[in-house]
Design a protein around this ligand. Structure first.
Ligand code: 5GP
Ligand code: ZN
Length: 137
């Protein structure tokens, strides 16, 4: 099992730091976030250390994503939710603070305070076309 001795989430996997585990299998563990966005906010991680979305291998990503979906299903069954958000932050500039790949599973409640982090509005056509070219040229 690939571990980073300085990683908080590796310490949770190893049982060196306490956590409230809600689901676990051979490859993944899911535990409640200590700073929950809403009640039941869960972090789902691979047991192996992978820095982020760009470095994790496809197989481990698939297993972790499947585990996150199972947690979303359990939350939907057992909590009085109106929906669930799955979120991955990749890179410090995109809010990642723990550099061990994880998927946030955030239960959503009627009247909860969470809002989209952007304001949907029509984009500039030229900018969209130029970005498309940058991504596909
Ligand atoms: P990120 O900001 O990297 O996407 O998410 C890291 C998440 O891990 C944050 O939501 C933060 O609250 C949570 N977190 C950080 N340290 C701990 C910890 O020691 N225990 C638990 N349960 N969650 C943690
Ligand atoms: Zn780690």
């Amino acid at each position: 099992m690939a571990q980073d001795p300085d990683c908080i989430f590796c310490k949770i996997v190893a049982g060196e730091l306490p956590s409230l585990v809600v689901a676990e299998d051979e490859d993944t563990v899911a535990f409640l976030d200590v700073n929950p966005a809403t009640p039941g906010h869960t972090v789902v991680i691979p047991k192996d250390h992978h820095r982020d979305l760009l470095t994790i291998d496809d197989e481990t990503l698939a297993r972790t994503t499947a585990a996150a979906r199972r947690v979303a299903a359990t939350i939907t069954e057992r909590l009085d939710v109106v929906g669930v958000n799955l979120l991955n932050n990749c890179g410090a500039g995109a809010w990642q603070t723990v550099f061990h790949f994880h998927v946030h599973v955030v239960p959503r409640y009627a009247e909860d305070p969470l809002r989209l982090p952007w304001i949907p509005a029509p984009g500039d056509r030229d900018e969209i076309t130029a970005t498309h070219a940058a991504l596909t040229a």
